[in-house]
Design a protein around this ligand. Structure first.
Ligand code: 13P
Length: 290
């Protein structure tokens, strides 16, 4: 890749990954430290990477400030990076992020009827195209509350025909199927409907997004990526390594009565980087930067 701007489109990142059957990790960043750590890990692994923001993070910073931070930290990164808005049911936030430089959005309208979801997703796709951006679609809730969005109720799964019709008529670039996956740590080993991923990819040719990555096994990742899950979402694992490294460091600081913020931040960055590198390696994206 040449030039100083590494930010590329979601479609570019995912279509290459789907063709070569590796997974691109999409990490939910929460602040500047996690942005820096994810980018540093991607550079160390020479891997393309997706940084995604929950609506909660966008609201916490303000859209403009968050994008400014992302841009400043991504400016000199020489691996492909894209900025994605995760689960967003709010059209105003979708429009704001598309205007504000996000490369893609997940319009999460699974609480609407499929017909109304289809109608509005078609509008979001048109809006994204005008902004040069891309769209992930969803018609089935992914179980588990994350950053105040979602529900603990089991997902209502639509038929393959309904899902394929939604993908084709809306023109979404990526789709998030419910296959027994869930956000957060799994309370019991998940039983996944991997065949559904193969069926959706065969019928539509678009990449699937695997939600609820935290807690899946290496075998499950490998199988689902081979079937066409080119985007693999990781949030809980990153938050846990960030917070637990902080806690361990603060316990030591308390024991020694020595309070030095930079060493806390360094310990947290190291822990997040280790988690990120582990996933990039697991998903086969190491060395896939172009
Ligand atoms: P986990 O929190 O289970 O890693 O899921 C992340 C996710 O799917 C974000 O949309």
């Amino acid at each position: 890749m040449t030039g100083a701007v590494p930010v590329v489109s979601l479609k570019d990142i995912l279509d290459r990954a789907l063709a070569a059957r590796y997974g691109v990790a999409a990490f939910n960043i929460v602040d500047d430290l996690t942005i820096e750590a994810v980018l540093a890990a991607a550079v160390a692994e020479r891997a393309p990477v997706i940084l995604q923001t929950s609506v909660k993070t966008v609201r916490m910073y303000g859209r403009r400030q968050l994008h400014d931070i992302f841009q400043a930290l991504a400016r000199d990164v020489d691996v492909p990076v894209t900025l994605h808005l995760d689960h967003c049911p709010d059209r105003a936030v979708i429009s704001d992020c598309l205007r504000g430089g996000w490369n893609s959005v997940l319009f999460d309208a699974h609480e609407l009827t499929v017909a109304e979801n289809l109608r509005q997703t078609t509008e979001v796709v048109a809006e994204a195209r005008r902004a040069g951006a891309h769209v992930e679609g969803e018609i089935e809730g992914i179980q588990g509350v994350e950053d105040d969005v979602g529900s603990d109720a089991a997902s209502v799964v639509q038929s393959l025909e309904v899902a394929v019709d939604f993908i084709k008529r809306t023109g979404v670039d990526c789709f998030a199927p419910a296959i027994g996956n869930a956000h957060g740590q799994y309370k019991q080993a998940p039983v996944l409907n991997a065949q559904r991923v193969s069926d959706l990819v065969a019928a539509t040719g678009i990449p699937m997004a695997l939600h609820g990555g935290t807690g899946l096994s290496a075998e499950q990742f490998t199988d689902l990526i081979a079937r066409g899950c080119a985007k693999v979402n990781i949030s809980t694992a990153l938050k846990e390594s960030y917070m637990k490294a902080g806690l361990a460091h603060l316990k030591q600081a308390e024991a020694k009565d020595k309070w030095d913020p930079p060493t806390l931040f360094a310990a947290q960055k190291d822990a997040v980087m280790a988690t990120v590198r582990e996933h990039l390696q697991l998903f086969g994206s190491t060395g896939k930067a172009w």
